[in-house]
Design a protein around this ligand. Structure first.
Ligand code: 4NP
Length: 181
């Protein structure tokens, strides 16, 4: 076999490590029920904060849902609209379902409410359970969970953003103190 065809065969075989496996990075996964309202909002808000802090090389962000109802769908238009009014772009996000493997791939698995937390506790492997928290654990105002805005008016999506922005700021402060940047 020539050097050229050997190199072609090897490049076909090469397995590309997923982005979430880059060593030394802090990996954050936000989880709600459908992955079309609250957790994509949290992903968009936190991604923007991380970028503004100059930490995009150090912190990876993703989101997922405990349910399978909306896999592959874009975020809810009401979530996109509310987010866009505050300068966040959710348009490239697509829903996926959380899996037990996410507890290997991420350092923080952050539930949006207590129902999501309980669903995640059921799939978390024993050595991954310490990664599981609520985003509101990082809020200083004592919020406990982010209300589901799916059935309701547009004001529910602004309330989601208010809580998410507070939690995302607290989370970023926490990670910065952990990584010393
Ligand atoms: P999310 O909101 O969990 O914040 O994405 C919901 C989206 C869809 C449904 C429930 C909540 N649903 O029942 O389809």
């Amino acid at each position: 076999m020539s050097r050229e065809s050997l190199s072609k065969s090897l490049s076909r075989l090469r397995v590309r490590a997923p982005e979430t496996q880059v060593p030394g990075r802090t990996r954050v996964l936000f989880v709600c029920l459908g992955n079309i309202c609250r957790s994509p909002t949290a992903e968009g808000v936190f991604r923007q904060l991380v970028k503004e802090a100059g930490l995009a090389d150090a912190i990876e962000v993703d989101s997922a849902g405990t349910g399978d109802y909306h896999i592959g769908e874009k975020p809810d238009p009401r979530a996109c609209w509310a987010a866009s009014r505050r300068g966040y772009d959710l348009s490239s996000l697509r829903a996926r379902q959380v899996t037990a493997k996410d507890f290997q791939d991420f350092d923080y698995v952050l539930a949006m409410d207590e129902q999501n937390l309980r669903a995640l506790q059921r799939i978390a492997p024993p050595d991954g359970a310490h990664k599981l928290k609520m985003l509101t654990d990082f809020c200083s105002s004592g919020e406990c969970g982010i209300p589901d805005p799916y059935i309701g008016g547009p004001e529910g999506f602004d309330r989601v953003l208010d809580i998410v922005e507070e939690g995302a700021q607290g989370l970023l402060r926490h990670i910065r103190s952990e990584i010393g940047r």
